[in-house]
Design a protein around this ligand. Structure first.
Ligand code: URA
Length: 237
């Protein structure tokens, strides 16, 4: 009996090591010498069954230190706070929005204004809390008057988001709105066409959906967001 038990724990240990290896290999695709790699080939192979402890090559804390008092783009000039992101450093689900707005810029936290309240409600409706997921944006500084992000700003900021995703190793990314979805997927396709199904972001399942701020103006789109969120919940079961 004792021998059988030992054999079983040994087999389990080997299984965990090989699963962990496949997950680490998946995430090692994200970088070549610290630079993001092209988004093409990686298969969608991060599944809920693949949920094992991960060992990030870089911590969120280190990424924050590297970002420092960032002056890499013109947005640093008028910002009050860098909005790095918040939540679980080992989250299975990461929400990515566009850029901080006024409330976020004042508080240094993502999604704390009206759109943020709606996102919090969506997270609760999924049976989760904000602390269970990770929330961040394509840009870490507020564009003046909430104008659209510009390509030089995205280029300066995106490497840090990629590193955050590399560190967290989520199973699913929810890209909220056109900017998040199009930036991460490197496409010009409309959000209305992208949403509703998983895409691959370096092998991580990425669900594009409408931005909560859009839902505040178009409550009819809540139904579609709920459909997208249910697909995510099914994946994370
Ligand atoms: N809108 C975003 O895209 N991000 C925030 O953090 C807040 C509002």
């Amino acid at each position: 009996m004792r021998d059988e038990l030992l054999e079983l724990t040994g087999a389990l240990k080997n299984h965990i090591i090989s699963e962990k290896g496949s997950r680490d290999a998946l995430y090692s695709n994200l970088y070549i010498k610290g630079n993001p790699v092209a988004l093409s080939s990686a298969p969608v192979n991060a599944t809920a069954n693949n949920r094992v402890a991960h060992t990030p090559s870089i911590t969120l804390e280190d990424i924050g230190k590297e970002l420092g008092d960032c002056k890499r783009c013109k947005l640093h000039d008028k910002r009050n706070h860098i909005v790095f992101g918040e939540g679980s450093s080992t989250a299975d689900l990461v929400f990515v929005g566009e850029a901080p707005g006024r409330d976020e810029d004042m508080q240094g936290k993502p999604f704390v204004g009206r759109a943020g309240k709606l996102l919090t409600d969506i997270i609760k409706a999924m049976g989760l809390e904000r602390k269970d997921v990770y929330i961040c944006n394509i840009l870490k500084c507020r564009p003046p008057e909430n104008r659209n992000p510009e390509s030089d700003e995205i280029a300066a900021c995106e490497p840090f988001l990629i590193k955050q995703l590399e560190s967290i190793q989520p199973l699913v990314i929810c890209a909220m709105g056109k900017f998040a979805a199009q930036t991460l997927l490197k496409t010009d396709t409309a959000i209305s066409m992208l949403r509703g199904k998983f895409h691959s972001y370096h092998g991580i399942k990425l669900m594009p959906t409408y931005h909560p701020a859009y839902l505040l103006r178009n409550s009819g789109a809540k139904k579609q967001v709920w459909q997208d969120v249910q697909i995510i919940m099914e994946e994370l079961k």
